[in-house]
Design a protein around this ligand. Sequence first.
Ligand code: MN
Ligand code: MN
Length: 307
Amino acid sequence: MSILVFGHKNPDTDTICSAIAYAELKGKLGKDVKAVRLGEVNEETKFVLNYFKVEKPELIESVSGKEIMLVDHNERTQTADGFEEAKVLELVDHHRISNFNVDEPLYVRMEPVGCTATIILKLFKENNLLPAPTTAGLMLSAIISDTLLFKSPTCTECDVKAGKELAEIAGVNIEEYGLEMLKAGTDLGGKSESELINMDMKIFEVDGSKIGVAQVNTVNEAELLERKEKLLVEINNIIKKEGLKFFIFAITNILSNDSTGIVAGDGNAIIEKAFNEKIDNNLIALKGIVSRKKQIIPPLTKAIQEA
Ligand code: MN
Ligand code: MN
């Protein structure tokens, strides 16, 4: 039976491409590892897989009874169903560590870089290996996606260097390809409110409270804000279903690098304190904020802990 490698629920480009790349690395090292996914791939990832002519990984419902490796996440609220009945062998990630409990020793590689694929390239090189050109293209795409073409505050020197190396192996022009790819991800035409919110939604546990933070990239936030009332209905459904304290839906403009948050639930005082900004009619301006991991979760955590 293959060992399964996968990223988080509501997969993004890094989660899908790093799982594929890690499976390739493990294969080259003689292990039978298969990339799988925990949800539908988004428009940006579809563009990437299509561009490099790579099949999307198989969808899996539960990992119960399997040997598994995690990439691009570690929190229990973001991982596969059946996690408690699986054996975790390895973890490669670039997020905060939280609610991650396992019974046995495991291999862990965590680095505070902009993308899991950056760490995976290092692992290839530590083994005197390089990814195949198409895999390098996927890994480059993951870096472009997670760092918004190297503009996010999460981006490090390592990510820039890895991106350049991968672009060379893949034979693509970073700027040209990167803009085309990011734009493909902002194609939200025809998406329902529920799809928009679930596309990149993560649940976090802070001090015993569960909060939801979803994010969507766009070049035209007005188009989404027009749908605020319907989005709020969906957001309130999720709050109820998942037992969340509050929810923030961050609409991020990838050209201006600012976001607007649609907020709901019982957290206005905390959210206003976290971002030092007033909420008006369920809306909050998030100037200069593009990174959930680095600019949204940490101030929220601090505000919740101090409340
Ligand atoms: Mn991710
Ligand atoms: Mn990532």
